[in-house]
Ligand binder design. Structure first.
Ligand SMILES: Cc1ncc(COP(=O)(O)O)c(C=O)c1O
Length: 422
């Protein structure tokens, strides 16, 4: 075992001790594949602002922000206030509430393509619901998505994520390479009459923060419409990229948009929004789709979502993007100083780092997995928390001084990793 891993183990004995207990009652002792990493994940105890604290009392500068769901760090006072106001008034009501209307108004006013919104409880649910709408509209079953695209935990979409299209359990999923408009057009020309919906992330998140130009999206949208199918843009991660979502930056108009994460301010959330004629399949009075959910639009989530989204202003979005550039530039310099290859992809407040001379194409397997693992564990040893796949997520509560502190900690982590992989 390398010294980085030994240091991690030495400083987290209470987290380690939680492992056997968790293993007895949960597969791998976990509830979430993305949070799992070896030798064992931390057990966290609390968080405030940009700081996460584990049960051993170690503090971490949080550059994960719960995989993009927190725009303003932890326990953001306006969210705490909004939730506190609601919590004493009862939190699970059997009928409509004010905050869900206000959050829906906010979403409709920010995102030009959205006439109507329906809330659910996760981004995965939002994509399942969008598919349901598309299937109802078209009377077709198949889904076309990007290979290695991620639209949440559901077998229809996981087939594409793992590239297992068309196999026995996923007969309805077709995949085409990300960014390849010709390939999407060809599938839609050949099998379009069986395809209910085309799903694309506005930028691939889980497969390495890979963007694509407007032309790619527009050609796919046009081909989708020629085939009579529905185009769904997954903005679960990317809604934070501009006030109007990443679709505003790209200048595209999806039929349906799926959302999650930031619109819930740290509480479980998902939503589908889009064109009124499609969204109206969800109108119970018209009887096409019975979509319910005990916690849909619940008062706590929607109260938290209003400041979370509302305070994500163009200025703050621009500041985070500038800070991401500052951090990325500093990391490139400190990697070079210790002879570690470094590349990255950056979109707005997000950075995905690689320890190869060039960032690879969208992919699940990384050739630099061993170095990435060392940097991840060494990062934690130096008080940094970020996703083990190298995704860094900024928040509005980070100052330039925090960014410089993060850069210094990365420099120490890179030095450790370079020693271990010399
Ligand atoms: C692009 C994208 N779509 C959907 C989801 C699923 O959202 P949730 O984890 O809330 O189910 C995620 C989660 O990371 C995501 O990144």
């Amino acid at each position: 075992m390398g010294s980085i891993e030994q240091t991690y183990i030495d400083r987290t004995p209470l987290s380690a001790a939680m492992g056997p207990r968790a293993l007895k009652v949960m597969p791998a002792g976990e509830t979430r594949a993305a949070g799992y990493h070896s030798p064992y994940p931390l057990t966290l105890s609390h968080a405030k602002g940009h700081t996460l604290t584990d049960i051993d009392g170690n503090d971490y500068l949080d550059l994960s922000n719960n995989f993009t769901s927190l725009a303003h760090g932890h326990a953001y006072p306006p969210i705490v206030d909004a939730v506190s106001r609601v919590i004493g008034a009862g939190t699970a009501w059997p009928a409509r509430n004010n905050t869900q209307i206000e959050l829906a108004e906010l979403i409709c006013s920010r995102v030009a393509s959205i006439d109507l919104v329906r809330f659910c409880n996760s981004g995965s649910e939002a994509n399942m619901l969008a598919l349901h709408v598309a299937r109802t509209h078209t009377g077709r079953h198949k889904v076309l998505m990007a290979k290695f695209g991620y639209h949440g935990s559901h077998e229809v979409f996981e087939a594409g994520f793992f590239g297992n299209e068309g196999e026995k359990y996923w007969p309805h999923t077709i995949v085409a390479p990300w960014g390849d408009a010709d390939a999407f057009e060809a599938v839609l020309a050949e099998q379009g009459d069986e395809i209910a919906a085309v799903f694309l992330e506005a930028a691939m998140g889980s497969s390495g923060l890979v963007g694509a130009p407007t032309e790619f999206f527009q050609r796919v949208i046009d081909a989708t419409h020629r085939a009579g199918a529905v185009f769904v843009l997954d903005e679960v991660i990317t809604l934070r990229m501009s006030e109007g979502g990443h679709q505003a930056s790209l200048g595209i108009t999806p039929d349906l948009t799926t959302m999650g994460k930031v619109i819930g301010g740290g509480y479980p959330v998902g939503a589908v929004g889009g064109r009124a004629d499609l969204m109206n399949y969800l109108d119970p009075g018209r009887g096409k789709i019975f979509h319910s959910g005990t916690f849909n639009g619940n008062p706590v989530t929607t109260a938290a979502g209003i400041p979370s989204l509302g305070h994500l202003t163009a200025d703050r979005i621009a500041t985070m993007a500038a800070q991401a550039e500052r951090l990325d530039t500093a990391m490139a310099a400190s990697a070079a100083a210790v002879g570690l290859p470094y590349s990255s992809r950056r979109i707005g407040s997000l950075i995905n780092v690689y320890f190869t001379p060039e960032a690879p194409p969208a992919n699940l397997l990384r050739s630099d997995a061993a170095v990435m693992r060392s940097v991840h564990l060494a990062g934690m040893n130096h008080g940094l928390y970020f996703a083990s796949r190298g995704l860094l997520v900024l928040s509005t509560v980070l100052t330039d001084a925090d960014i410089d502190e993060a850069a210094e900690r990365f420099a120490s982590a890179f030095a450790d990793a370079a020693r271990e992989h010399a």
